[in-house]
Design a protein around this ligand. Structure first.
Ligand code: SF4
Length: 393
């Protein structure tokens, strides 16, 4: 399984962000560490020390944690699970946190993949996004990572931003591509309800994102990244050969993963479960669970459900849900979904079960089928939800 570690702390909260992450709760960092370790250990015992193929520190801003935290968390993971010797271990980082010493420290702690939140190389746009770094710091951070020895780096960028011109976008993307990172993720800005940026747009303080301009930016990215040798393997993700994000592939292939930390979601077998959102409540609950002692029942499911009732909530995934999710997650991968493979994983004849929506999507020009392989057409990349919703029960 993949292991996701959610770090709920950010130095400042960006006005577009609706993730479960907070500024101004640094007082909870110290108790967070033993609570997280308690949860990691408890799951290790409950699940009988399962094999872990990838580890992903996300958030939030994992690079904002005090020195030594990641090392301690990784040591705890290593002693609680069977971590593959070649496991991909990623940490998300803010450019402002990545000087030479920090990069060397993170690498020495066992992290082998860095994901840097660049977002833009235009200082006006970075200010609008509320980011705490300047464009030059993002480039410096990448170079510091390279010098420290990181040979697997992702750069995150955002497009479709208020006041962003196609010229600014081209300049940013071209500059970033010239750095030759192994992986690039591009996300269109969405104004999530409840965020300050959503309110600003409603009040007319910033223009609403222009979807046509965003589509032009995406198209430019597709062409320029292809010319630079990047494989467009998922709607929002490009990589050099063999550098796709192994951890995210687990999600897209609807595979098993365990999430630890406040609000983290897990999917194991027929179950999806999650921990409480509030970092303060999380600290209390994770500690209480560990102190209650793990008493594995005869039935693993029973044990897991007892545990998640303490930590948060759960839902049982029926065959309909599992089949639907396997389709629309798998179709995010642009090389296509192998229908026989999906049938083998779900135990259901997927081509037969979804015959009608598959045909409808083909007729609408959203999907194309080549034997056993079903994939999005290029013109459907930005409207993929129109295909995905047809696979919902
Ligand atoms: S740094 Fe990332 S996680 Fe934190 S507030 Fe900004 S966008 Fe959200």
């Amino acid at each position: 399984m993949g292991l996701y570690v959610h770090v709920p702390f950010c130095k400042t909260k960006c006005p577009y962000c609706d993730f479960n992450t907070y500024q101004g709760i640094e007082n909870l960092m110290e108790p967070f560490l033993p609570s997280l370790k308690a949860e990691i250990q408890s799951w290790g015992e409950t699940l009988a020390h399962p094999a872990v193929t990838s580890i992903f520190f996300g958030g939030g801003t994992p690079s904002y944690l005090p020195p030594g935290y990641i090392e301690q968390i990784l040591a705890c993971i290593q002693s609680s699970y069977q971590v593959d010797s070649g496991a991909e271990i990623t940490i998300e980082a803010n450019p402002g946190d990545l000087d030479a010493a920090a990069c060397a420290g993170i690498l020495a702690q066992g992290v082998n993949r860095l994901s840097i939140g660049v977002q833009s190389l235009d200082n006006d746009l970075l200010n609008l996004l509320g980011r705490r770094h300047q464009a030059s710091e993002a480039v410096d951070a990448f170079q510091a990572a390279r010098k420290a020895g990181f040979d697997n780096v992702n750069l995150d960028l955002m497009y479709g931003l208020p006041n962003q011109s196609i010229h600014q976008w081209r300049k940013t993307l071209d500059s970033l591509t010239s750095l030759e990172p192994e992986h690039i993720s591009l996300y269109a800005l969405t104004l999530e309800e409840g965020t300050p940026m959503h309110r600003w747009a409603e009040e007319g303080k910033i223009p609403e994102p222009d979807p046509d301009l965003a589509a032009d930016m995406y198209q430019y990215a597709r062409e320029s990244l292809a010319a630079a040798g990047y494989h467009h393997y998922e709607i929002s993700n490009w990589s050099l050969p063999d550098r796709a994000c192994g951890h995210n592939l687990v999600y897209w292939e609807n595979g098993p993963y365990l999430g630890v930390g406040p609000g983290a979601h897990s999917r194991l077998g027929d179950w999806r479960f999650w921990t409480v959102l509030s970092p303060r409540d999380y600290n209390t609950k994770a500690t209480a669970w560990a102190q209650s002692g793990i008493q594995p029942a005869d039935d693993l499911v029973e044990t897991v459900l007892e545990s998640v009732q303490t930590l948060g909530g759960w839902e049982h995934l029926g065959p309909e849900t599992i089949c639907s999710e396997t389709m629309f997650l798998g179709l995010r991968l642009l090389d296509g979904l192998n229908l026989s493979g999906a049938s083998a994983r779900t135990g259901v004849d997927m081509a037969g079960k979804f015959q009608a929506p598959i045909q409808e999507c083909i007729d609408l020009g959203l999907l194309v089928r080549d034997g056993d392989c079903l994939k999005l057409t290029e013109s459907a990349y930005l409207i993929a939800n129109q295909a995905f919703t047809r696979f919902l029960g």
